[in-house]
Design a protein around this ligand. Structure first.
Ligand code: FES
Ligand code: FES
Length: 178
């Protein structure tokens, strides 16, 4: 549409955004069909569309790890992941780790080792540790520290986080040997 303004022709451009895409995700064991804009991150989808606010937005730039969730068993920064790229994937968030009333062993270990203060980084730390165990690469304390280094804790609870992760890792290695 053209409008006359001060003797000049002003062209009005109708901003019509790109169509939303329909995607299906299995989130914490439940299949969800969602209509999302192409730029919607997995983090925003979880928090804004599905009310799964356990996953935290820290930096929103891939720097802090607060938004870590598991996608097909692998840990990812959900703030850097477009939801439409994960169509058909299985997503597990902190809300999906417990089995009924039974906490995940890592959740239990974080409590027992007092591995948090404010708790803001904790969901990301725990999901990252689950992913770390799935990877099976970390064997020593140094390797745990290195491979968890993408998860920042501003409260500095690192020694306790390490102790919690190490305990669960050793227990699971012990079970695997039996
Ligand atoms: Fe995703 Fe910080 S919020 S890495
Ligand atoms: Fe506060 Fe980690 S417990 S940021």
């Amino acid at each position: 549409m053209n409008n006359k303004s001060d003797g000049k022709t002003v062209e009005k451009i109708q901003a019509s955004g790109p169509a939303k895409s329909s995607i299906t995700l299995k989130v914490n064991g439940v299949e969800k069909r969602l209509e999302v804009a192409p730029w919607t991150t997995l983090l925003d989808l979880l928090r804004e569309y599905l009310d799964l606010t356990g996953t935290k937005k820290g930096c929103d730039h891939g720097q802090c790890g607060a938004c870590t969730v598991l996608v097909d068993g692998r840990r990812v920064n959900s703030c850097l992941t477009l939801a439409i790229m994960k169509d058909g994937a299985e997503v597990v968030t902190i809300e999906g780790l417990a089995e009924g009333d039974a906490l995940h062993p890592l959740q239990q270990a974080f409590i027992e080792h007092d591995a948090f203060q404010c708790g803001y980084c904790t969901p990301g730390q725990i999901c990252s540790a689950v992913g770390l165990m799935n990877e099976g690469r970390a064997k020593t304390a140094d390797e745990i520290r290195e491979l968890m280094s993408g998860n920042i804790c501003r409260c500095g609870a690192y020694p306790n986080i390490l102790a919690a992760v190490q305990e669960v890792m050793l227990a699971s290695a012990g079970r695997a040997k039996r």
